[in-house]
Design a protein around this ligand. Sequence first.
Ligand code: 6GU
Length: 243
Amino acid sequence: MRVDIVTIFPSFFDVLDISLLGKARAQGLFDLHVHDLRDATHDRHRTVDDTPYGGGAGMVMKPEPWGETLDAILDEAAAAEGGGDPPLIVFPSPAGEVFTQATARRFAREPHIVFGCGRYEGIDQRVFDWAAERARVELVSLGDYVLNGGEVAVMAMIEAFGRLVPGVVGNPESLVEESHEQGLLEYPSYTKPARWRDREVPPVLLSGHHAKVAEWRREQQLERTRRVRPDLYDAWLAEHGEG
Ligand code: 6GU
């Protein structure tokens, strides 16, 4: 899978050299390209923003550097992918649809995603409108709060979908058992020692009785989800019923 990131803070993504994804990159499973938006400016100050038409607080990202950078990425992709689908372009934005595990699964199946990280009050609307004529464009939000820019959001999305790309995480079963994969939060986990600071591991986990362990874990998932995330619990019940 190929990922391009456009940002005014390229070094922010240096951390992707380490961790699980760093290994996947080294193995060629995850082809990451980070682009400095300021490389597509042509003035002495490398200006990427300007005051908003109509007035108001804050600055807006100018369209020209975005157009030039995205043109280069899309032209190269069209040449390399030879008539195939254009990449998916994702703009992180608090005005977008909320990113969930379902979004992560969908992104993990894309052969090529381009992330455009906005800063300031946003990007000139015409960039989105123009990009949507050349490729599929999505605005995606992490949730109902405001970040200063899209970089942290893109990092979170890459952490979420990158580990779903086949071959990146060692044990595929570990993916199925996690929070959100089945619409429920995960069950609590324990390891040795069996007694620690006067606290015992739940005895069923030491019983060796696989069916009882599975039943206990499912009960824990349901109880925890009902208590912490009633919204998820109701959605799960609607799909699976009381049984
Ligand atoms: Cl994706 N971007 C920004 N700037 N703020 C956010 C967000 C994204 N998601 C939640 N808040």
